[in-house]
Design a protein around this ligand. Structure first.
Ligand SMILES: Nc1ncnc2c1ncn2[C@@H]1O[C@H](COP(=O)(O)OP(=O)(O)OP(=O)(O)O)[C@@H](O)[C@H]1O
Length: 569
C-alpha cells in the first residue's frame, strides 16, 4: 500500500514525533467537530432528520479515513483500529465492519535496522548469537516482525534447540507508542466531556485499559512469561505443546522462541497426508480451549488458525499421534473468580427462567452500569422465556425462523438502549470462543462445539452445589430465592441441601450431584441461549457478521438441547 510509508519508519525524530501527535489530534478534532455539528447542533435547530439521514454515510466515511490514517501511521493506530473493530458493544456497525479488515498492513522494516536493534538488545553481533538468520521476515506486523534463525552451536547444545524464530520490535516503537498514547489520552479527555459519550463509556478508563494492553504487547518479556505460564498449565498434558523460550536471547524488544513450525491447523490436505483426520482434531482443540476458559482461567485470546499448529509425533513418541502447538502469547485473557461466580448465577437464573435473576447476574458480571434502569430488559427477558421457554423441541421446530429474528431484533433494541459495556475480558472470551468455533467448523462441519462445553457446565453446577453445602449461612437465602423457580429435580436437591438433609458425607449426595450434572445439560442450553442472545444483541443484530452469527448461534443450542429428548437421561 502506497500510503504505508511512515508505518515502517525507524526512530522518529522530535519533529516527526510532534507531527505525528498533531496529525492524530487534527484527525480526531476535525471528526469530532463534524460529529458535534450533525449530532448535537442540528437537532437543536430542528434538523434532527438531517443528522439521521446522513449518519450511516458519515460513520462509514470516518471509519474509512481512520483506516487510511492507521495504515499510514502504523504503530498503535493499527491496534486502535483493531480494538475499535472489536468494540461492537459501543460503536456503530458502520465503523466496526470497516475496521474489521484492518490488518497489519505495514511494510517490513529493512533488515539492517532490525539487525542494529537486535544487536543492541542482545549485546552481541548476530553472527555470534545465531548460526544463521533468514533476512526475509516470516511475518511483519505493526509492532514487530519475525525471522527464522538457527542458534549458535553453544546455545544449541545448552538448550537442545536448533531452529528458532526471532521476533524483533520495530525500531523506535517505544517512542511511537508513547506519542500515540499521549494523543489518545488527549482525545479521551475531549470525549469524556461529551455527555453522550460519558453517559455510556468511562473514556479515561478505556484509554488506560488500552494503554496497559499496549505496554504489555511491546514487552516481549511479558509474552515470554505468558508462554511459560501457558506451558506450565499444560505441563504433562500430551495434547498440547508450547515453544520453549530461549531466555539468553530474549529481552524486552527481542523474543527468541523454539521454531515449532508444523501443519497449520486448518490445512486439511496436509493433515490427511500426515495420516491425521481433521475431524478428530476438532474435539481435542475445543476441549483444550475450554480447559483454558473454564479450568485454568488463563486463556489464549487469539486462537486463529495461524497461531495453532498440529504437530505429528515422530514415531508415536508423544504418547498420542499428534499434538496441538500454540504460538503467539501476546494476547492472553483471564477469567476471574468474580466472573465465574457471576456466570454460575447466570446459569441458575437462566435455568429457572428467572428474568430478573438473569439481569441481576448480568449486572454482577459487570456488564451493566450499576445505576441502569433495567426494567425493560427484565421485561424482555421475561417475554423471551414466556414466548419460547416453555416450548418442546417439536414445537420450536414449527416456529417460523422470522419470529426468532423479529424477537431478536426487538430485543436488540432494548439492549442497545442500555449503557452496556462488555468488560475487556468478556470481549476476549467471546473472541476466543468464536475463533474456536470457526476453527472447529473448518475442521469438521458436523462438529457441534457446544457438545464440548457440557462437562464444564456440569462442573459449574457442581461448584454451585458445593457452595450451597459449604457456605449455607450466606447462600441459603439467595438460593431459596431462586429455588422455587428451578426445574423440579434441581429444586428438590437444593432444598434438601439447604435443609441440611444432605451433607457432604451423605452417600446419596454424589448421586444427587450426578443428577444435577445431567440436568446441567438442559441448564447449559438455556444459559447459552440467553448468553449468546445477549451477546448477539449487544454486538448488534444488524452488524454484518458477528452479531447475527451469535444470534443464530443462540437459537441452535436452544433447539438442540434445551428441550431435546433423551439427553437428560
Ligand atoms: N515459535 C514459532 N515457531 C514457528 N513460527 C513462529 C513462531 N512464532 C512465530 N512464528 C511465525 O511468525 C508469525 C508471527 O508471529 P506472532 O503471531 O507471534 O507475531 P505477532 O506480531 O504477534 O503477530 P499477530 O499478532 O499479527 O498474529 C506467525 O504467524 C508464525 O508464522
Amino acid at each position: 500500500m502506497a500510503a504505508a510509508s511512515t508505518g515502517g519508519e525507524a526512530m522518529p525524530g522530535a519533529g516527526a514525533t510532534r507531527a505525528r501527535y498533531r496529525r492524530i489530534l487534527r484527525f480526531a478534532g476535525w471528526n469530532l467537530a463534524v460529529t458535534w455539528w450533525y449530532e448535537l447542533f442540528l437537532p437543536r435547530i430542528g434538523l434532527a432528520r438531517v443528522a439521521e439521514r446522513t449518519r450511516a454515510t458519515r460513520m462509514t466515511r470516518v471509519a474509512q479515513r481512520f483506516h487510511v490514517l492507521a495504515v499510514e501511521l502504523g504503530g498503535l493506530m493499527i491496534k486502535v483500529g483493531q480494538f475499535m473493530s472489536s468494540r461492537l458493544d459501543v460503536l456503530p456497525p458502520e465503523i466496526t465492519s470497516e475496521l474489521e479488515g484492518l490488518q497489519d498492513e505495514v511494510p517490513p522494516v529493512p533488515f539492517p535496522a532490525i539487525r542494529a536493534l537486535a544487536e543492541a538488545e542482545l549485546g552481541v553481533p548476530l553472527e555470534r548469537a545465531f548460526a544463521a538468520i533468514d533476512e526475509v521476515p516470516v511475518a511483519a506486523a505493526s509492532l514487530g516482525q519475525a525471522h527464522r534463525a538457527r542458534l549458535a552451536e553453544l546455545d544449541a547444545e545448552e538448550t537442545g534447540l536448533h531452529g528458532v524464530v526471532l521476533k524483533v520490535q520495530r525500531p523506535g516503537i517505544d517512542e511511537i507508542v508513547d506519542v500515540d498514547l499521549a494523543a489518545l489520552r488527549k482525545v479521551g479527555g475531549w470525549l469524556s466531556r461529551v455527555r453522550l459519550v460519558s453517559d455510556r463509556v468511562d473514556m479515561p478508563a478505556l484509554v488506560e485499559e488500552f494503554a496497559a494492553t499496549s505496554m504489555e504487547e511491546i514487552d516481549y518479556l511479558h509474552e515470554a512469561t505468558s508462554a511459560e505460564r501457558f506451558a506450565a498449565d499444560f505441563a504433562g498434558d500430551a495434547r498440547v505443546a508450547v515453544p520453549a523460550v530461549v531466555w539468553e536471547r530474549t529481552t524486552r524488544r527481542v523474543l527468541t522462541l523454539e521454531d515449532v513450525t508444523a501443519i497449520k491447523i486448518t490445512d486439511a490436505a496436509a493433515l490427511r497426508e500426515a495420516g491425521i483426520d481433521p475431524a478428530e482434531v476438532a474435539p481435542v482443540f475445543a476441549t483444550v480451549m475450554f480447559d483454558q476458559l473454564f479450568g485454568t482461567g488463563f486463556f489464549h485470546a487469539d486462537p486463529h488458525p495461524g497461531n495453532i499448529f498440529v504437530t505429528p509425533a515422530a514415531d508415536g513418541a508423544l504418547g498420542r499421534p499428534w499434538k496441538l502447538t500454540f504460538i503467539d502469547f501476546g494476547m492472553m485473557g483471564e477469567v476471574s473468580a468474580g466472573t465465574r461466580s457471576g456466570l454460575r448465577k447466570l446459569l441458575i437464573a437462566a435455568a429457572s427462567r428467572d428474568g430478573k435473576g438473569l439481569v441481576d447476574a448480568i449486572r454482577e458480571v459487570g456488564v451493566l452500569v450499576p445505576s441502569t434502569d433495567t426494567r425493560e430488559l427484565e421485561q424482555a427477558m421475561v417475554a423471551l422465556f414466556a414466548r419460547f421457554g416453555g416450548m418442546g423441541f417439536a414445537e420450536l421446530r414449527e416456529v417460523d425462523p422470522r419470529e426468532f429474528r423479529d424477537f431478536a431484533v426487538q430485543f436488540g433494541d432494548v439492549v442497545r438502549s442500555l449503557p452496556f459495556q462488555l468488560p475487556e475480558n468478556f470481549l476476549l472470551i467471546i473472541r476466543a470462543m468464536s475463533l474456536t468455533s470457526g476453527v472447529c467448523s473448518a475442521l469438521d462441519p458436523d462438529f457441534n462445539v457446544w457438545d464440548s462445553i457440557e462437562p464444564y457446565a456440569a462442573q459449574l453446577i457442581r461448584d454451585e452445589s458445593g457452595n450451597v453445602v459449604t457456605d449455607l449461612g450466606k447462600q441459603a437465602l439467595e438460593v431459596a430465592g431462586v429455588a422455587w423457580r428451578l426445574p423440579k429435580r434441581v429444586d428438590a436437591v437444593l432444598t434438601r441441601i439447604e435443609d441440611g438433609q444432605v451433607s457432604v458425607q451423605n452417600p446419596h449426595l454424589e448421586r444427587r450431584v450426578a443428577r444435577l450434572e445431567r440436568t446441567a445439560r438442559r441448564l447449559l442450553a438455556a444459559v447459552l441461549f440467553a448468553a449468546l442472545l445477549i451477546a448477539g444483541a449487544v454486538l448488534r443484530a444488524d452488524a454484518v457478521v458477528f452479531g447475527t452469527v451469535l444470534m443464530i448461534g443462540s437459537i441452535i443450542p436452544l433447539l438442540f438441547a434445551l428441550f431435546g429428548g433423551g439427553r437428560g437421561r
